[in-house]
Design a protein around this ligand. Structure first.
Ligand code: UD1
Ligand code: CA
Length: 476
């Protein structure tokens, strides 16, 4: 941190901040059955981004005003320390703030208002907003920005002295006001002592018959309170998401941010534009990632691993020095240090690979544990299996784990050799060091160190091919 941001940090730490996040709306313009704030950006519901910002500015209290699909919004919060305020009917942003204020009755300090649909906003910007709010000893400070295309946003109307006079919504703006390119971001810092009286004075005399929080500016001016603005310059940060077009734009910007963060931490992308990494993924130093890869959820990738093209990795822990060759799907799995997977392998949920394991072409694993140094290099299905270390699984091996009703386990000890094309009919155990001959169907437990062989004995009929040809000719 620079001395300047350090100063900001201590200023913020010494004050009392409560943050209200407005997230009750359905978001009609999304044309969706899912509440707008639950739509994901880089794998996280939109409104969790402002929640993170509220945490980063050390809010003593965070209140999320929710309405549409409140239960799902509550679930998405997980274990975060956020209070929920239920706005049963969405009567506008001022009404939403009133709802949130109910949880702040005895609170004294600054109230930051964030929008649940503005995910790109950063805590640095909010810290600057708070600094301006303090310096100017304002009752309210609005975060504004100048944009190329202001359509859809509330316009900042300034009086001749340069101060903010009012905010006029796009819907209610006449042609001359529509020309204004300074817009309201929907983000504010309020002095808590006047927030309540101000929002209760707001009326719903507008095209939408809604209570607009933006009207708090005019109310403050009438009351002779000091209104201030922190104006930024056209950055993407302030973008509100109202439609899927904006959702896709925010997604692109967020992904670029995420990839830049990883590159600055020592991760190589052959083409960062073609790699899709969710917000909550962590990646170690000197990892290389090839194009076409999608890494989702809570995935962690250890140092020095190489992820080749077209892989999908979801909620998985990948160790250090791991190589994932092209076109694999890895879901809810663990891959130990130094292991190699793929190409064309599918690790389904519950696959736990030890160190230096090899999973090769067209191998599918599910709910299976493989010990250190074990290999299944080709065309194999391992489901509900517990496999020791140093095991070789031959090509075409199948654990027959399902009989149409129940699922059963296959247990394979250390140092076992399973030949090619073996079926292990579960439940079944193969003891340490045992050897299963190629082509066997194993239905009984194999003791440690034993050879299991179950196949029809081979018979060779000398001259059979020639004889057949002769017989065919005779018949013609
Ligand atoms: C709002 C601002 C506009 C600003 C823009 C910035 C108002 C009246 N307008 O417009 O000046 O330029 O944000 O993005 O404030 N919400 C509730 N309860 C409600 C209504 C809305 O919680 O009753 C929430 C929504 O879920 C959303 C946020 O408040 O997260 C903003 O509401 P939205 O309807 O998107 O307002 P905009 O039209 O974008
Ligand atoms: Ca909006």
């Amino acid at each position: 941190a620079t001395p300047e941001t350090d100063g900001l940090q201590s200023l913020i730490m010494s004050r009392n901040i409560a943050t209200i996040i407005l997230a009750a709306g359905l978001g009609k313009r999304m044309k969706s059955g899912l509440a707008k704030v639950l739509h994901p950006v880089a794998g996280r519901p939109i409104f969790l981004y402002p929640v993170s910002v509220a945490e980063e500015i050390s809010s003593a209290k965070i209140i999320a005003v929710v309405g549409h699909q409140a239960d799902s919004v509550r679930d998405a919060l997980g274990g975060r320390n956020v209070e929920i305020a239920l706005q049963a009917e969405q009567k506008g942003t001022a009404d939403a703030v009133r709802t949130g204020m109910d949880s702040l009755k005895d609170y004294k300090g600054t109230v930051v208002i964030l929008c649940g649909d503005v995910p790109l906003i950063t805590s640095e910007t909010i810290k600057h907003l708070l600094a301006v709010h303090d310096e100017e000893k304002a009752s309210v400070t609005v975060l504004t920005t100048e944009v190329e295309d202001p359509s859809g946003y509330g316009r900042i109307v300034r009086s001749t002295d340069g101060l903010i006079a009012s905010i006029v919504e796009d819907r209610d703006a006449d042609d001359s006001i529509k020309q204004i390119r300074e817009v309201n971001t929907g983000i504010y810092a309020f002095d808590s002592s006047l927030l309540s009286p101000v929002v209760y004075e707001i009326r719903s005399e507008n095209s939408q018959k809604e209570f607009y929080l933006t009207d708090s500016i005019e109310v403050c001016r009438k009351k002779g309170l000091r209104v201030s603005a922190y104006k930024t310059n056209g950055t993407d940060e302030m973008m509100g998401i109202n439609s899927r077009v904006e959702l896709a734009r925010a997604e692109g910007i967020m992904r670029r941010r995420i990839n830049n963060r990883h590159m600055l931490n020592g991760v190589t992308f052959v083409n960062p534009e073609a790699v899709y990494i969710d917000m909550d993924v962590s990646i170690g130093q000197d990892v290389t990632i090839y194009p076409g890869t999608v890494i989702q959820g809570n995935t962690a990738i250890g140092q020095g691993s190489i992820i080749y093209s077209n892989n999908k990795i979801v909620n998985s822990r990948i160790g250090a020095g791991v190589i994932i060759k092209d076109s694999c799907v890895v879901e809810d799995s663990v891959i130990g240090d130094g292991s190699q997977v793929g190409p064309f392998a599918h690790l389904r949920p519950g696959s736990i690979l030890g160190k230096n394991v090899r999973i090769g072409n067209y191998v599918e694993t599910k709910k299976s544990v493989m010990g250190d140094g074990s290999k299944a290099n080709h065309l194999t299905y391992l489901g509900d299996a517990e496999i020791g270390s140093g095991v070789n699984i031959g090509a075409g091996t199948i654990t027959c784990n399902y009989d149409g009703q129940g699922k059963y386990k296959t247990i394979i000890g250390d140092g076992v050799f399973i030949g090619s094309d073996v079926q292990l009919v579960a439940p079944v155990k193969v003891g340490d060091g045992a050897f299963v001959a190629a082509g066997s169907t194993v239905t009984k437990d194999v003791p440690p160190g034993a050879l299991a062989i179950s196949r029809v004995e081979q018979e060779n009929r000398e001259g059979w091919v020639e004889e057949r040809k002769k017989n065919k000719k005779k018949k013609q």
